[in-house]
Design a protein around this ligand. Structure first.
Ligand SMILES: NC(=O)c1ccc[n+]([C@@H]2O[C@H](COP(=O)([O-])OP(=O)(O)OC[C@H]3O[C@@H](n4cnc5c(N)ncnc54)[C@H](OP(=O)(O)O)[C@@H]3O)[C@@H](O)[C@H]2O)c1
Length: 313
């Protein structure tokens, strides 16, 4: 099959488009003919080798195909225990630490793959799989955000955060977010109540005593986010690697969402879509063989919505 992979970790020039062996479905797995795969911020980190100690197969196993989420059609079942049917449209996110969806086929445990509704195209389903899952686990399961609370969502125009803004509004929270000026209309359109231009204003001077922070930016932004929490507040971090940054305050919680995989959470993405609670992001589509262009945009960290690879027309 055709795939996009690296034979060694590196920059954009390490990406290869070519032939690799087809995967085979093991017992309990489905083989999926992939129609679309999304580009996530993590893919650049995998390409560069930054995740090599947490990825599966281990970093030193090459070729390393990139990509974590997908939408496609079941092509084969590993055994009769699989409760999905050949020809059924499905979407999902690979098991934690696995990367393999910039490809024409992937095999994955059927229990973490979800039927795709007709209301979502393959491109759309791939676009909201990992971002939707991450936002739902972070706001609902980790922060346990409640109606009437105020949340600061760092990096509002990004893939995960733009989903999270809408979910937080649905929960009944007041949403403050950070974005560059060019993205203010976009994040307000998603429902943000207050937008801070992080290039012009220090958010720690503009925000005080929020109940929760959801940080998708990492680095210094994550470290400074503790300052805006009220006593007893909680913060969840997904842009700081596998752990939350250390909290300088004893009176607040620093949480690292455990973004597991199961069909139930993917079904929640479908429900939120079908009830028109969370709308689709802006999507830019690239052919699989042009993944290098999509990754070039992704690693700029300054675009909005989602980048999706079209694998089959
Ligand atoms: N399972 C997991 O744990 C999990 C899952 C998904 C993602 N992640 C991680 O979460 C992070 C976000 O992922 P993503 O896919 O949502 O990112 P993304 O879509 O690549 O984020 C891009 C956005 O970040 C915004 N941005 C960049 N610097 C900013 C700053 N200083 N302040 C505010 N906004 C800023 C940009 O908006 P402007 O152009 O307006 O600056 C841009 O829209 C990544 O580190 C990723 O690896 C973790």
């Amino acid at each position: 099959m055709k795939a996009v992979f690296v034979n060694q970790y590196g920059g954009l020039d390490a990406l290869r488009y070519g032939d690799v062996p087809d995967p085979v479905a093991q017992p309990g797995e489905v083989l999926v003919d992939i129609h679309a795969a999304s580009v996530n911020a993590a893919d650049v980190k995998v390409r560069e080798g930054a995740t090599k100690n947490t990825s599966t197969p281990r970093a030193d196993t090459f070729p390393c195909i990139l990509g974590r989420d997908f939408s496609g059609v079941v092509a084969a079942k590993g055994d009769s225990s699989v409760d999905l049917e050949i020809g059924q449209p499905v979407f999902g996110v690979l098991a934690p630490g696995r990367d393999a969806t910039y490809a024409e086929k992937v095999a994955e445990k059927a229990g973490i793959v979800c039927p795709k509704p007709d209301s979502l195209s393959h491109i759309e389903a791939a676009a909201i799989a990992l971002t939707g899952l991450t936002a739902i686990v972070s706001l609902e399961d980790t922060l346990k955000l409640r109606a009437g609370e105020t949340i600061l969502i760092q990096g509002g125009a990004g893939g995960v955060a733009s989903y999270a803004i809408q979910l937080a509004k649905h929960i009944g929270a007041t949403v403050i977010t950070t974005a560059s000026a060019a993205n203010h209309a976009y994040v307000k359109g998603l429902g943000a109540d207050q937008v801070i231009d992080y290039n012009a204003v220090d958010f720690t001077q503009a925000v005080k005593d929020v109940d929760a922070v959801f940080d998708t930016v990492g680095g210094d932004v994550a470290a400074r986010s503790f300052a805006v929490l009220k006593s007893g507040g909680r913060a969840a971090f997904i842009g700081s690697g596998p752990s939350a940054p250390p909290s300088p305050r004893a009176d607040v919680q620093a949480l690292r969402p455990n973004v597991g995989r199961d069909r139930r959470h993917l079904q929640r993405i479908v429900d939120l879509h079908e009830k028109k609670i969370v709308r689709l992001p802006e999507i830019q589509v690239f052919d699989l063989k042009n993944a290098v262009e999509a990754q070039r945009i992704s690693e700029s960290r300054h675009f909005r919505g989602k980048l999706v690879l079209r694998v089959r027309a």
